[in-house]
Write a protein that binds this ligand. Structure first.
Ligand code: PMP
Length: 361
């Protein structure tokens, strides 16, 4: 079996021991004579997995008792709509930071329900920088402040959190979820699509604080209501059993390796290797993102021409490294280096970058 180094932005590389365990248990789950994805979501086997996914999530993030963990379908995109529908019904206000493609999508849906006020707009600087968190002027009477902790396409990441007083932060953590410890108490709601650091596509995690849950609209269709999902422990309808199963195994894997402190240490090490290589060949590679907010999950860079970028991506692929093409909306190169990317994979990429620059620079 030849596994390549997969730098895709999501779906993305998952820990090999987890994939192997899923393979081993796929046909006969722990002697049950059937696959877990064939078993009832109300049966004993699945119930244990469901509980363990929730418990491990709470443990790894250090969630206090007044937060609920929900496993929902519809990806992070459905949350762009569910958050305002639940929290801004009737046209309530919130504050927003528009930091790139994903924040733009989030605010577009928010505008359909509530009244977002933009307190930072990265557009004039092509979304290549973030403000100092301390400079954000949050309205003390607003419902929440929305942040996108890591812009997967632009490669910008918040490395500090604003002090918002009593205003809860609502945060899209899709692409850096579980990559570092976070001060949970600052957040009223955290959401993330699963398909980067957590598991297979087909699920979003929503972590919501009890006071926000209580304030949610009571007039929503069942699936769109956080209250309904929370009351039923994400079992109101058939949950995404396969993503939840694999996520439970990924969470176990992260815990066994040392949790979020371990994840952050590796994320720093991996990203530094690539940013150092970009700096080493500064006349050849160029990272367009401001130094203070460069992402430790999605490293983006340009080469002197699109032709060279194409050649770089093609030759890297031939050398066993895939998924390095930047998002179609921005071009260039991007390496997504989530928790499951081995340090050797990043080292292999850095070495390849070094050799390519020497040859063409
Ligand atoms: N937010 C961010 C930061 C993302 O990176 C993505 C997907 N790449 C999304 C939201 C949308 O997620 P999904 O595809 O799960 O709806």
């Amino acid at each position: 079996m030849a596994r390549i180094f997969n730098f895709s932005a999501g779906p993305s590389t998952l820990p090999l021991p987890v994939l192997e365990r899923v393979r081993d248990e796929m046909v006969d789950f722990q002697g049950s004579g059937m696959s877990l994805i064939e078993a009832s979501h109300r049966g004993a086997d699945y119930s244990k997995v469901h509980e363990s996914a929730g418990a491990l999530m709470r443990e790894l993030l250090g969630l206090p008792a007044n937060y609920k963990v929900l496993f929902l379908q519809g990806g992070a995109t459905l949350q762009f709509a569910m958050i305002p529908m639940n929290l801004l019904a009737g046209g309530k206000p919130c504050d927003f930071t528009v930091t790139g493609t994903w924040a733009k999508k989030a605010i577009a849906d928010t505008k359909k329900v509530g009244k977002p006020r933009v307190i930072f707009d990265g557009a004039p600087e092509a979304f290549m920088t973030l403000p100092d968190p301390a400079s954000l002027q949050v309205d003390p009477a607003t419902t929440y402040l929305h942040l996108t902790s890591n812009e997967t396409i632009g490669g910008v990441q918040w490395h500090g959190w604003p002090d918002t007083g009593k205003v809860p932060i609502v945060c899209d953590m899709s692409s850096d979820f579980l990559s570092r410890p976070i001060p949970v108490e600052k957040f009223g709601l955290i959401y993330a699509g699963a398909q980067k650091n957590l598991g297979p596509a087909g699920m979003a995690v929503v972590i919501i604080r009890d006071d926000l849950l209580e304030a949610c609209s009571d007039d929503l269709p069942a699936y769109l209501s956080y209250k309904v999902h929370a009351a039923e422990d994400s079992l109101y309808n058939t949950p995404p059993v396969f993503p939840i199963w694999v996520s439970a195994l990924v969470l176990e894997h992260v815990k066994a390796n040392g949790g979020l402190v371990w994840a952050e240490k590796l994320a720093t090490q991996r990203s530094q290797m690539l940013y150092d290589m970009i700096a080493k060949h500064g006349g050849f590679y160029r990272c367009p993102v401001a130094t203070h907010c460069r992402s430790k999950m999605n490293v983006v860079w340009r080469l002197p021409s699109e032709e060279l970028e194409g050649q770089f991506i093609k030759e890297a692929k031939a050398a066993g490294m895939s998924g390095l093409k930047g998002h179609r909306s921005v071009g260039g190169c991007r390496a997504s280096i989530y928790n499951a990317m081995p340090v050797e994979g990043t080292k292999a990429l850095a070495d390849f970058m070094d050799a390519f620059a020497r040859k063409h620079g």
